[in-house]
Design a binder for this molecule. Structure first.
Ligand code: IPD
Ligand code: CA
Ligand code: CA
Length: 266
């Protein structure tokens, strides 16, 4: 791994420790406790165990930092300057079904900007990481977004809608609109890995509504450091942790924005 600043070392160490327990849990899915947060939205004992290890490790390094974590919520709320943004398992539905498409995602935010992040799939052993100004990596190799020039030749990825979404029709109609104008669209079930795959050129672009900040925080810096563009649209000022995102290589970004919802982009 080429990135070895103190901050990256803290995140990677926490991630590797949590991954050991997560892999054990993945090998024994049938023994996990599962509860329902909302219709169609599950949380397992593995999400909570992984999160506990991550928080303990990150707090050992910086006890006073704010934390925004999916299951634990907000910790050290008064620290608005330095924050860890954590999704202990992004892709819980895949995890629960034995599908090895899930990841630990940790972003570090300073002064309202994500400065570095790690997305780690412990099954494939792929660690995507980036630090502002120092590039994006997959394990030891530098990564870049794809060089696809035309949107019609592009392979995109998306996700949603959630079971309980109030805007299913809008999401489906955007899916149809985009599908008519690109080579193909995939739906893999982990927003963090979707972003990481854009950063590494496996997908040319990604868009999705109704995300939470922790789904994509680490991905933001990884895509940008890989030379990609990230935009948010249709923002809900009352709920800044809710996000609608478009991330892609630079060549197709404008076209993708045009197809989704140009009027919403800042
Ligand atoms: C989910 C995944 C999925 C996306 C959902 C997210 P979770 O995160 O990122 O790809 O479509 O909107 O909630 O619940 O597995 O952490
Ligand atoms: Ca998530
Ligand atoms: Ca999660």
């Amino acid at each position: 791994m080429r990135l070895n600043s103190p901050k990256m070392n803290v995140i990677i160490k926490a991630c590797m420790k949590a991954a050991k327990s997560l892999i054990r849990d993945f090998g024994e899915i049938e023994n996990l406790q599962v509860s329902t947060k909302a219709p169609g939205d599950f949380v397992t004992s593995a999400d909570k165990r992984t999160e506990k290890i991550l928080i303990e490790e990150l707090q050992k390094a910086n006890a006073d930092y704010g934390i925004v974590s999916e299951e634990a919520g907000l910790i050290n709320k008064s620290n608005n300057k330095n924050k860890w943004i954590i999704d202990p398992i992004d892709g819980t539905m895949n995890f629960l079904n034995g599908v090895p498409q899930f990841a630990i995602s940790i972003g570090y935010e300073e002064d309202q900007e994500i400065k570095c992040g790690v997305i780690f799939n412990p099954v494939t052993n792929e660690m995507f990481c980036a630090e502002k100004g120092n590039g994006a990596y997959l394990n030891n190799s530098r990564i870049r977004v794809s060089n696809k020039k035309k949107i019609i030749d592009s392979l995109l990825v998306t996700g949603g809608p959630k079971y309980a979404s109030d805007i299913k029709e809008k999401i489906f109609s955007e899916y149809v609109e985009v599908s008519k104008n690109v080579s193909n669209v995939r739906k893999f079930g982990s927003a963090a890995l979707d972003m990481a795959y854009v950063a590494s050129g496996r997908f040319d672009g990604y868009w999705q509504r109704e995300l939470n900040y922790w789904d994509i925080a680490a991905g933001i810096v990884i895509v940008k450091e890989a030379g990609g563009f990230v935009n948010f649209f249709d923002e809900d000022n009352k709920n800044p942790l809710k996000k609608n995102i478009i991330a892609s290589n630079a060549n197709i970004h404008e076209d993708l924005i045009g197809m989704i919802s140009k009027k919403y982009i800042e």
